[in-house]
Design a protein. Structure first.
Length: 257
């Protein structure tokens, strides 16, 4: 497809988006790097490398649109079970992307955040991550959260343990435990609930991602493999989201006066 045609198509899609009605929190399960590489007879590592291009495009496009919170599932607790060579490649890619993209984050006024069992990450990743988090801490346009060594069950488990500890030590009473107390003990305590989850690569599952936070989220599944995910695909997902009727348990009549 000619480049000018793609740009025109992008612009048309962009015009269809109501920027007053964007998801406040968009979460993406970036899937299909391995299959993308296999289809092209390339190494899985090349798939991940090309996945980082889609990360950059998506982050910049979300900031440009006005999305306030973007969370990317970059590495799950289960991903530690992949071959060591692939885990090492992903960790190296993370370090190099963080080093390279700090400028993009600063130029776009984006704050970096990370959730997950971060102490399990190699020191090099932890160091780079904390450096970029510190340097971008005052940025206000969008919060980009990377889910790294993240598992929702583990997140819930550590929240239960922290709350139990506080109850035992009379810091909070058992009666005071409510949804907001649970929220405050999740890795995502500073983020709103997820409004839209996008998963690429044709898989229709949630894979231990933000189980508490997606209680009322809309889902958008696409067959596009993550390295092929473009600005245009992001717009399509947002347009689909904006056509949904979010009832939060109410009837249509109650929400449309
Ligand atoms: C899923 O594809 C993707 C991952 C497990 C890792 C996502 C990582 C990146 C996009 C690159 C680095 C990230 C950042 C934030 C710079 P898969 O390997 O499961 O693909 P498959 O299902 O086709 O095998």
């Amino acid at each position: 497809m000619a480049k000018t045609h793609v740009i025109v198509q992008n612009k048309m899609k962009l015009q269809e988006i109501n920027t007053n009605c964007l998801p406040q929190h968009l979460a993406i399960i970036m899937d299909g790097n391995g299959r993308w590489a296999k289809q092209k007879g390339l190494l899985r590592a090349v798939g991940h490398e090309n996945g980082t291009r889609s990360v950059k495009v998506t982050v910049e496009s979300c900031a440009k649109l006005g999305i306030k919170n973007l969370t990317l599932y970059a590495f799950s607790t289960e991903n530690w079970n992949r071959p060591k060579i692939e885990v090492d490649t992903l960790m190296k890619l993370l370090v190099s992307s963080l080093k390279k993209e700090i400028k993009t984050l600063q130029d776009n006024n984006i704050k970096l955040n990370a959730i997950g069992n971060l102490t399990n990450l190699p020191n090099s990743v932890q160091r780079e991550l904390h450096e970029v988090i510190d340097k971008t801490a005052e940025n206000t346009r969008m919060t980009l959260t990377l889910a790294l060594s993240y598992g929702a069950r583990e997140e819930l488990l550590q929240a239960v343990k922290k709350i139990t500890h506080k109850v035992k030590n009379n810091i909070i009473s058992e009666e005071a435990i409510d949804e907001s107390i649970i929220n405050q003990h999740l890795y995502t305590h500073n983020l709103p609930d997820v409004d839209l989850v996008i998963r690429t690569s044709g898989e229709h599952r949630i894979s231990n991602f933000l189980l508490w936070q997606i209680a009322y989220a809309e889902f958008y599944f696409t067959d596009i493999l993550w390295p092929d995910f473009s600005e245009d695909h992001l717009y399509e997902a947002i347009i689909s989201y904006q056509k949904r009727e979010r009832r939060f348990g109410k009837t249509s009549e109650q929400i449309i006066p």
